[in-house]
Ligand binder design. Sequence first.
Ligand SMILES: [Zn+2]
Length: 66
Amino acid sequence: MNKFYCTRCKNIFEAEGIKKEWIDSLYGPCWKIVAKCPLCNSECDEYRASGSSKKEKTLPSCGCSL
Ligand SMILES: [Zn+2]
């Protein structure tokens, strides 16, 4: 089970998740794990708990190999 975060409900939930693949015009083939929110049924991204206060750049979660 993975954790997902719904930005609409601000709800963290656990789900199996599905791999979503798409072709980005800028980055090429990309993928991420998404799941449907049990409350509002919208597609949610994986929740990444950041224990430390590392600064994260808002890069797209892209599976492109360089
Ligand atoms: Zn929701």
